[in-house]
Design a protein around this ligand. Structure first.
Ligand SMILES: Cc1cc2nc3c(=O)[nH]c(=O)nc-3n(C[C@H](O)[C@H](O)[C@H](O)COP(=O)(O)O)c2cc1C
Length: 422
């Protein structure tokens, strides 16, 4: 199988520092095309494309645009470029290799919904992306694509880069908005949703880098044509960040409907050093860990519902048979305990207890009662946490309880034997 390059087609072909390079290959032409359309026509194309958000939650993009387009007065556009989910690096590539594609997508969106001001919130660790985007924004301003009277029309929009300070939760949309406002990154209770009361309590359209970067392609090829790509469950292409014990780690763009095995074996060249795949984590630290026999599942969102999960932002982390499941779970949950913002008790307290229980599994000092506590606590955090961090953090535990039950039972038996031997 081959990649289907749409968002990545200019990677390596153009100099990301040169707006001329981008314009020479047709860049900003789609913006001009969009500016001849009405707001409703643009949103209709986005609806026809069936695109859903690429930041992990898969919410239909057109719905947020339509809600925003009904608002009046000050409103904002925010690009979520926090990309703090371990195992994901697609947004970094998009910003560093084709920054004007993202700016063009944001412009089309701003024009459609009527926003005049936008922010790109980039994680502080991505200094090269910050530098490149600031350069690209300045160039776009000089060439009349940002600022007042864009392309000679009565459309005003400007952009600013804001940097995060390394908190994972700041990728969550409300925590991100709080952070832009200069407050600690903590989620808000919803509703109201950002399209009603977002940044500075004004209507705000927040989308991921990949979502915005796809918009020019939808307008260029039409929503209907874009919607034909992918599968009946999910349309278009998806950027996959492939990492772990695989020969050719890297970024791949594939159509939805491609199987996880195809990505790992045909694009990634299979596992390294002749080892065997033991498990694969999907989406990132907040995603499910699945066994080898499920790898023929398509990359789409509907089928991941069986894990109470989504494909997330598109990470595939391959883990071969040398690794201990409990070491991986312990590391993952230590990460979430550290990254909890502390606002809600299930997440703040629950992760600390989960880490203690997993430490017992790792040390082979665990009882069946501990196992029951682990499963119950994982469910409680999932069901009661205030934001997506806690709602998804225990997905790996719940999935492994289902697919790797043998490992749990084995570790309990080993612990009992160890106890008797003492
Ligand atoms: C803890 C947490 C971290 C998140 N991190 C990111 C992120 O780094 N980038 C992102 O685009 N979305 C992230 N999201 C999802 C956002 O809240 C939101 O759904 C997304 O920005 C919407 O854009 P989209 O519709 O284009 O996907 C995160 C969500 C949670 C709960």
């Amino acid at each position: 199988m081959k990649e289907h390059k749409l968002l990545t087609k200019r990677f390596g072909e153009i100099d990301p520092f040169s707006i001329e390079d981008f314009v020479n290959v047709g860049g900003y032409e789609t913006l001009k095309k969009a500016m001849k359309m009405t707001s409703e026509e643009i949103i209709y194309e986005v609806e026809a494309s069936r695109i859903t958000g690429r930041g992990g939650a898969n919410f239909p993009t057109y719905m947020k645009m339509r809600a925003m387009s009904k608002e009046t007065g000050d409103m904002y556009l925010v690009c979520n470029a926090d990309e703090g989910e371990p195992g994901n690096f697609k947004d970094k590539h998009l910003m560093e290799k084709d920054p004007h594609q993202l700016i063009e997508g944001m412009l089309i969106s701003a024009y459609a919904v009527g926003a005049n001001r936008g922010y790109i919130y980039i994680r502080g660790e991505y200094q090269s992306a910050v530098y490149l985007l600031e350069h690209a924004i300045n160039e776009a301003r000089k060439h009349g694509y940002l600022g007042q009277d864009i392309c000679g029309k009565d459309f005003h929009f400007d952009l600013e880069v804001r940097q995060g300070a390394g908190a994972y939760v700041c990728g969550e949309e409300f925590a991100l908005l709080e952070s832009i406002e200069g407050k600690p990154g903590r989620t808000r209770v919803k509703p109201p949703f950002p399209t009603e009361a977002g940044l500075f309590m004004k209507p705000t359209l927040i989308n991921n880098v990949e979502t915005f970067s796809t918009l020019p392609h939808i307008i260029e090829m039409s929503g209907e044509e874009y919607g034909k790509l992918g599968s009946s469950f999910a349309s278009g292409t998806k950027l996959i960040s492939l990492s772990g014990n695989v020969k050719h780690k890297g970024l791949y763009e594939v159509e939805y409907g491609t199987t996880i095995r195809q990505v790992i074996e045909e694009l990634g060249g299979g596992v390294s050093n002749g080892q065997k795949i033991n498990m694969v984590q999907l989406g990132g630290a907040c995603g499910p860990i699945i066994p080898e026999h499920l790898l023929d599942m398509d990359i789409d969102n509907e089928r991941f519902e069986i894990f109470n999960s989504k494909m997330g932002a598109g990470a595939i982390i391959v883990i071969d048979d040398r690794f201990d499941l409990f070491e991986i779970l312990l590391r993952t949950m230590t990460f979430f305990a550290h990254e909890s913002c502390g606002k809600c008790a299930p997440c703040r307290e629950g992760h600390i207890q989960i880490v203690k229980l997993l430490q017992k599994f790792y040390d082979t000092k665990v009882t069946y009662k501990d196992y029951e506590s682990l499963v119950s606590l994982a469910n409680v955090i999932h069901e009661t946490a205030l934001c997506g961090l806690g709602q998804t953090s225990t997905t790996s535990i719940l999935a492994t309880v289902e697919f790797f039950q043998y490992y749990y039972q084995q570790r309990i038996r080993q612990s009992e034997r160890r106890e008797w031997a003492l």
